[in-house]
Ligand binder design. Structure first.
Ligand code: SF4
Ligand code: SF4
Length: 104
């Protein structure tokens, strides 16, 4: 278990969905679309929030399952509200959680 909690509040703060690393990933886009469709049910408590559904919050849940991402592009985790909140700049790894796994 990493130090960032996997919960709805943190999913909503995560900015991975606008990250250049995932920008051209059909896999991430498909997940994002599905999650948006399901979000009303999730927020209403009618549906559980599953880690594999979310194309983000990798600092909490670990590496991405999508293979069509581009790690040559720049991670933007340092612009995320959770970066400050969980003091991620003093942890390991420093960003690229979708590639390197959960924040510790
Ligand atoms: S630090 Fe990165 S992986 Fe974690 S919630 Fe923010 S943008 Fe997403
Ligand atoms: S963890 Fe960093 S590199 Fe990966 S999608 Fe989120 S912002 Fe981009």
């Amino acid at each position: 278990m990493g130090k960032v909690e996997f919960n709805l509040e943190n999913v909503q703060k995560c900015i991975c969905n606008t990250c250049p690393v995932q920008a051209n990933s059909a896999c991430a886009k498909e997940k994002q679309m599905k999650v948006q469709e399901m979000m009303p049910k999730i927020t209403a408590g009618e549906m559980a929030l599953e880690a594999e559904m979310i194309p983000g919050l990798y600092c909490a849940k670990g590496k991405t399952m999508c293979e069509d991402v581009d790690f040559e592009k720049m991670c933007q985790c340092n612009e995320c509200p959770l970066w400050e909140e969980y003091d991620l700049s003093n942890g390991e790894p420093m960003g690229y959680y979708c590639r390197d796994g959960t924040a510790k």
